[in-house]
Design a protein around this ligand. Structure first.
Ligand SMILES: *Cc1c(COP(=O)(O)O)cnc(C)c1O
Length: 394
């Protein structure tokens, strides 16, 4: 006899299937690159977050191999035991220097960094304000922290400030936002949020997973883009698995902030440190990301070309100046069918549907990388034109 719990799980799975929301991983052969073989199909992919094309850079992989000779593979323990190697310490110093902040602290993933920060900083009586479109990990983070959570209208700093007006004395409050919104590619209104946080004596945390490496002359992200100082954005979180092409994450800020995280963030304490080779490789990719400004310039040219192509095809041009260029299609059915037809035609772009995005805003999430060529962007546009003529008519 099957346990009741398993029967219920089966029913939920069937419901997801029936709603056309079934998800599953596809199998990629080999490395991240524009041309790849996935589920046995040769495709031109516009879906990774490897914005600078560093995930398979030979200098980065060579650094990982060299460090593996020295450190082995597994870190063997948590940072606070004996898993924190010289390579980890050096990467933390590099990240602090890169972000212009006194200290930086490594986490194994961005998801864990966000859980750790909010759990460490926001107690039961504290208030956390979240943009409605914040990344799922930030939403989960404030939920798990058990603090009071309020969600403000997307990119509306005044709404955030008005929600804070009712905060009681003795409570601390924290405004949390993505720097670049992951499904839309638009920027948070950081200067206005800095101002709102100041007026209400709140802390401000920016998750710049999609801004770091991509925005700003030196790749310093949303803060560099807006010219904001470390004091104005006291809590900066970044991931290493996107533009920097490796894996893991960090939080940068004051000495007090970092010491607070070391003492109180459970996702820092109770987990094995990332492999030292990963830290060593990230030092190299961070340096490349900072120095090779041509990668950002090339990305800007690709973004412009794609947007011009959208306009020529009569498609809505995304209000995004980042490599995330969503094509809004509205219905989940149209988005899924278009993504499937593109895949058949040799172009891979994921359909993003509710609940990941709000109802009625299903889309194709196109992402560009410095490793794409202009002719590859043209191929995407030509294929889109052909495929949309069919799926929209259906
Ligand atoms: C990807 C992402 C994360 C999670 O980072 P991982 O290192 O992949 O766990 C957190 N926040 C945002 C905005 C992201 O896009």
């Amino acid at each position: 006899m099957t346990a009741a719990a398993e029967v219920r799980l089966r029913e939920r799975l069937d419901a997801v299937h029936a709603a056309g929301r079934w998800r599953m991983p596809r199998v990629l052969e080999g490395r991240q690159a524009p041309e790849q073989v996935i589920d046995g199909h040769r495709v031109l992919a516009f879906c990774s977050n490897d914005y600078l094309g560093l995930a398979a850079d030979p200098r980065v992989t060579a650094a990982a191999r060299a460090a593996m000779e020295r450190y082995g593979l597994g870190a063997g323990a948590a940072h606070l035991v004996n898993g924190h190697t010289r390579a980890h310490a050096e990467l933390e110093e590099d990240l602090a220097a890169f972000t212009g902040r006194p200290r930086a602290l490594l986490f194994s993933t961005g998801y864990m960094a966000n859980l750790g920060v909010l759990q460490a900083l926001a107690g039961r009586h504290d208030v956390v304000l979240e943009d409605r479109l914040n990344h799922a990990s930030l939403i989960d983070a404030s939920r798990l922290a058990g603090c009071r959570v309020r969600r403000y209208r997307h990119a509306d700093a005044e709404h955030a400030a008005s929600l804070l007006a009712v905060t009681a004395p003795g409570q601390s409050s924290l405004i949390v936002t993505d720097g670049v919104f992951s499904m839309d590619g638009n920027l948070a209104p950081l200067p206005a949020l800095v101002d709102a946080a100041r007026r209400r004596a709140a802390w401000l945390m920016v998750d710049d997973a999609h801004g770091l490496g991509v925005l700003g002359e030196q790749g310093g992200g949303s803060c560099e883009h807006f010219g904001l100082s470390p004091d104005e954005v006291p809590i900066l979180m970044g991931t290493l698995g996107k533009a920097f092409g490796t894996a893991g994450a960090f939080v940068a800020g004051s000495t007090t902030l970092i010491e607070g995280l070391v003492q109180f963030a459970r996702t820092y304490t109770y987990t094995t440190a990332m492999p030292a080779a990963l830290a060593a490789a990230t030092r190299v990719s961070l340096d490349i990301a900072r120095r090779e400004g041509w990668r950002r310039e090339h990305l800007r040219a690709l973004i412009k070309r794609l947007q011009q192509g959208f306009a020529q095809l009569g498609l809505p041009v995304p209000a995004s100046q980042t490599p995330i260029q969503p094509l809004l299609l509205g219905s989940s059915r149209l988005a899924s069918e278009t993504a499937a037809a593109l895949f058949e035609a040799g172009v891979m772009v994921p359909a993003i549907r509710p609940p990941t995005v709000p109802e009625g805003t299903a889309r194709l999430r196109i992402t560009l990388s410095a490793s794409h060529s202009e002719s590859q962007v043209d191929r995407l546009l030509e294929t889109l034109k052909r495929v949309l003529a069919r799926t929209r008519a259906a």
